[in-house]
Ligand binder design. Sequence first.
Ligand SMILES: [Zn+2]
Length: 443
Amino acid sequence: MVCGDGGVRRVHPILAAYVADYPEQCLVACAKSGTCPKCRRPAKDLQEKTTGEERTPLWTLGIIDDAKRTSSTRHQFFTKCMESDVAGGVGEPFWKGFPYCDIHLSLTPDVLHQLYQGVFKYILDWTGDMFNKEELDACVRTLPPAYGVRHFKNGISALSQVTGGERKDMARILLACLSGKLARPALVATRSILDFIYLAQYTTHNDTTLQYMKDALDTFHRHRKVFIDMGLRDDFNIPKFHALLHYIPSIKLFGTTDNYNTEMFERFHIDFAKDGWRASNRRDERPQMAQWLTRQEKVASFDRYLEYLVDQEEEKRHLQLSKVVQLTKLPSRPHQPITSIEDSHSCQGFTRALKEYLNTFLDRTENVSNYRLPFHHLDVFHSFKFKRDETGYTEVMESAGEREVVYARPSKGKQVARFDTVVVYVKNEVAESTGLEGTSYLA
Ligand SMILES: [Zn+2]
């Protein structure tokens, strides 16, 4: 491999992390479906609030070898493995003989399938049943449109084939719709699961933030009984809920969950495999694809370098905001009197705020009340877009549609006014802040 310093070295990779969904996890770890592929908690005890004794490759291979030795038929082998919660279909796991590889330890958390398409989907079903699906839909439909929030105009219960993106959109609004409608324990259980889902996606962690995750999970465990009391569940022996117990140790071992997110690899499959294949002449394609990838990487790193230079230049000139915000070529309302803007936008302090803002461009600052603006009219834009950027807007941006547009639009005829509020993370944000701490507003 060519290393960062330009040297070419022989490299022996170690299988350390394996990213897969639950059926594949069970398959590669030789775990019986319905049990935990990482620990030995049997299916009927998955609701315990701690993990079981670890599965180890030695233990798994021991069960398989034992079953082989004492069985004369394939059926017997299968049954013996399954009795010990080991899958009976594999006699020779592919990782057998890999040095330094612990297949069970290497299975990583999976935000998309375990959290959004798993745990959150259960919570959504249960709270919907508790509350009344039609009423929940009515709440969802009547939410006012807002930046970054999808407006489900037909409610959410009738949607079939829900994508990961749609689940994320539902997670954003669920708690607000349930508030005041469900008994407190159900609300607390729902909130703590949502807390866990968001905390699990932090891109940096320390002991404090990992403790937040543990607290959220503990809170859920204390309140989840409400779903049983209401007759929605008999127990919590659900592999995806049990898997939450393995998140913190996995983050400590492998880093934050964005490092092994299945969505990212699905994306990579398109960029790296499909596009590379198309760029080849489809004969002896592997070396061509490898070369194509190498070139793409070089182009990308040169782009990053150019961006870095531009960024530095812009930072010097305080132009960061213009890089993020995009306006249409022509204003929605050209040349409007400032007094009428104050009126139609209900912003009485606008003139003063504008003076204060302009003042920041002067070398010496003046007392704003003493001077008059040298103009009386302004062009008004009713919306702007956020541009793609590395600082965290990406998630909202990627889900297409009008959501990336921020509105400040007065009412007109039958159309009601819409003034979005945007909460912005201040640069150099540390992960520890939760809720609205460390944010500023753009109204
Ligand atoms: Zn487990």
